[in-house]
Design a protein. Structure first.
Ligand code: HEM
Length: 217
């Protein structure tokens, strides 16, 4: 029997972590159209802080042989998130957002892995492959619910500069399969991916308190 590729092993070893992230109450309420624009904005704000850190890690590792294949300037999200926040909250958006405690924990971990290429790959995979996959369903739902179009609102989920998303994801998985690291490092990357899911799920869990308040109101 042929050995499964690393991209398959990574997905299979972390899919149960994906299910807990997906099953979160905030996302359920959001996707069911039960949250106000401001309450949706709370997640966009938390994404903003996480992606500023993640994209800074990409820049810091652009010349590293392990990380460089996962540095894609066309994926950088800071500008798209700023447009989304301006659409949701207005010109003074920057004064109206702050990182939650779980977001600060996630950002601290991303900053740490900016000096560990394998750890960076784990966080990059968890966020970006998700945004390019399930994120596209989330975008379509939010466009219907809030009436957002291109130019702000859900631009975070738009990757116009990437071209065909299935082709890009195929290439991304090929790069995971070609990672120049040994088996022990691959196991560490899988462990860090599970941690990345957990930290991201805690951010969503914290947002759940907003969903509960809104749904109860
Ligand atoms: C409503 C919420 C979500 C839905 C409906 C959803 C749905 C999906 C679906 C259908 C796929 C498979 C796509 C494919 O095989 O090409 C996928 C992949 C993925 N999702 Fe999600 N997702 C959600 C939330 C999340 C969250 C919160 C994260 C991370 C924090 C995440 C991370 C990922 C990753 C990394 C993959 C790629 C797995 C791989 O192919 O290796 N997803 N998602």
């Amino acid at each position: 029997m042929t050995q499964p590729s690393f991209s398959e092993v990574l997905k299979n070893s972390t899919w149960s972590d994906h299910e807990s992230a997906e099953g979160d109450g905030y996302l359920k309420a959001l996707m069911a159209g039960r949250l106000s624009r401001e309450a949706y904005g709370e997640m966009v704000a938390q994404h903003y802080f996480a992606y500023v850190a993640l994209d800074a890690a990409s820049r810091a590792l652009a010349d590293d042989p392990v990380a460089a294949p996962f540095v894609f300037p066309e994926l950088y999200r800071e500008e798209a998130l700023a447009r989304d926040l301006e659409t949701i909250y207005g010109a003074d958006w920057a004064d109206r957002i702050e990182p939650s405690l779980p977001t600060r924990t996630l950002v601290a971990r991303i900053n740490q892995v900016a000096s560990w290429p394998g750890g960076y790959v784990a966080h990059h995979y968890t966020r970006y492959l998700g945004d390019l996959s399930g994120g596209q369903f989330i975008r379509m739902a939010l466009e219907k619910i809030y009436g957002y179009g291109p130019g702000g609102g859900v631009d975070f989920y738009r990757f116009d500069a990437v071209g065909s998303l299935p082709r890009f994801k195929q290439e991304y998985r090929a790069r995971l399969d070609a990672l120049p690291v040994d088996e022990a490092e691959k196991r560490r990357i899988i462990r860090e991916t599970k941690l990345a899911y957990q930290l991201n799920t805690e951010v969503l869990g914290d947002l759940g308190r907003i969903a509960r308040a809104e749904v109860a109101a």
